[in-house]
Design a protein around this ligand. Sequence first.
Ligand SMILES: [Ca+2]
Ligand SMILES: [Ca+2]
Length: 221
Amino acid sequence: MKYGILLTLIILTLPLCGIVGLRAEVEIALEAELADEIVEPMIIADDKNASDGKFIWMEGAAATGGGGKGYAELIINIPQPDTYALWGHVIAWDGNSDSFWVTWQPADPDEDAQVTQNTEFRWGVAQGAAWHWDRINHWLDGGTFEREWKFKEAGETVLRIGVREDATMLDAIFVTTNLKATEADLRLPTDKDRKIQIEGLAVDAKGKAATTWGSLKRAYQ
Ligand SMILES: [Ca+2]
Ligand SMILES: [Ca+2]
């Protein structure tokens, strides 16, 4: 009889374990140039090798100083409270064109890092003259560490990418709850991703009470 109860408990518990274990990771691919707001001297520029042929930057020569003005802001609807990582698809020619300021509210405060120069929000971009992925980090005076953002609620968040050094180029952004993601887990935006970014389909899906993550995931793919 005891074994019967134990067996019943195991049978009842197993599917629950399965549900928890199978929880999908959130993956959102965004074009930088489709940002909700782009403030000069951050501008959109063309490059046939960039995703959808466009990227954003403060135009400037590599190997020289300059920067500190202009930004792009993206409103990102996150579907669930969770801890998130960000990746940027970038070009950074050299040590004078390899950083941005990054704040993602409300996990980060409403702080203008271009004014405060707070290194918590300084992204040291991996150098390379061809488009490549780089996980967004904070480049502190004591070392460079990958960043994570914890959001307590689903809904609208505001990601600001501020110019720090001119000539640093940003093509696309990948948002993920997979903190262990490697480059193989990332993707550039597809036509469907761009449509969602422009039309905000993810917002509509979220508004429906019965929407499950499964359908949201399909909406993002
Ligand atoms: Ca520069
Ligand atoms: Ca792009």
